[in-house]
Write a protein that binds this ligand. Structure first.
Ligand SMILES: Cc1cc2nc3c(=O)[nH]c(=O)nc-3n(C[C@H](O)[C@H](O)[C@H](O)COP(=O)(O)O)c2cc1C
Length: 241
């Protein structure tokens, strides 16, 4: 490799040329009427403006079963369900960045979003999405928005994903409230794409992710006999000595 190419790679500039994929996932059941969906869409448009390819998935239109705690994924690496979760999971693996959006339902994410998050338990234990970037957006009548963004960021970190500061919009009875956030959402999308291209560091989150990983390493070690490939992968990555 020529010196210039090495420098470009070190600076993360080769990622600028690489096609960037950002996946939006939202958990409102209100389809096209959802304001959370609008917010996610704007974030994606902001990323698209920098040259990223984007896709938006609507959890309410997918058939995703709730985790039944059978532990099959942990013991065999295989989930007992054969549903749309895997369609989404494949897209998450292929994506460089993930945008999660949920309205606030009783001070938390919607049921659709929570069912989906619970199905990510194996992805968390095995850190299969590690190294990606994400951001969260929420809408609410008035309460809980900031907490739900924090919760989704916490989920991102559990997954080994670095999270940017998200957006929460309290709509109350102002139909224009969401439109005032359009610019902020567009900028967030551009910022997400920029963070990925530059492989931005977030030292505080990186240490949380590292701490989580050493906890999950015990699970990977315990399951070593029946999940040898994953164990080898962790050793290869230097996550298990
Ligand atoms: C079941 C349910 C629970 C809700 N819980 C809260 C709540 O705890 N606090 C709040 O301020 N708004 C709450 N809301 C209002 C929604 O968060 C708000 O209307 C949101 O903007 C809807 O998003 P959407 O347009 O994307 O569907 C709730 C709405 C529903 C249907």
């Amino acid at each position: 490799m020529e010196g210039g190419a090495v420098t470009a790679r070190v600076l993360g500039m080769d990622r600028e040329r690489k096609e960037l994929k950002i996946l939006g996932i939202h958990g409102s059941p209100r389809g096209a009427k959802s304001r959370t969906r609008m917010l996610v869409q704007w974030v994606l448009e902001g990323a698209e403006a920098t040259g990223a390819t984007t896709e938006l998935m609507d959890l309410a239109s997918l058939r995703i079963e709730a985790c039944n705690a059978c532990e099959s994924c942990s013991l065999t690496g295989q989930c007992v369900y054969n549903d749309d979760f895997f369609l989404l999971y494949e897209r998450m693996i292929a994506a460089d960045g993930i945008v999660l959006g949920s309205p606030v339902y009783i001070d938390n994410v919607t049921g659709q979003m929570k069912v989906f998050i619970d199905r990510l338990a194996d992805a968390i234990h095995y850190q299969t999405l590690s190294g990606k970037y994400g951001c969260a957006v929420t809408t609410t009548w008035s309460s809980g928005g900031e907490d739900v963004v924090l919760y989704l960021n916490h989920v991102f970190n559990y997954l080994g994903i670095l999270a940017l500061k998200g957006i929460s919009v309290a709509i109350e009875d102002d139909p224009e409230a969401i439109y005032r956030e359009e610019e902020k959402a567009l900028k967030l999308g551009a910022r997400l794409a920029g963070a990925i291209r530059m492989q931005e560091k977030f030292p505080g989150q990186a240490s949380i992710i590292e701490e989580n990983r050493s906890f999950f390493a015990r699970i990977v070690e315990q399951n070593r006999e029946w999940r040898p490939d994953e164990y080898k992968e962790w050793v290869r990555k230097g996550w298990i000595n």
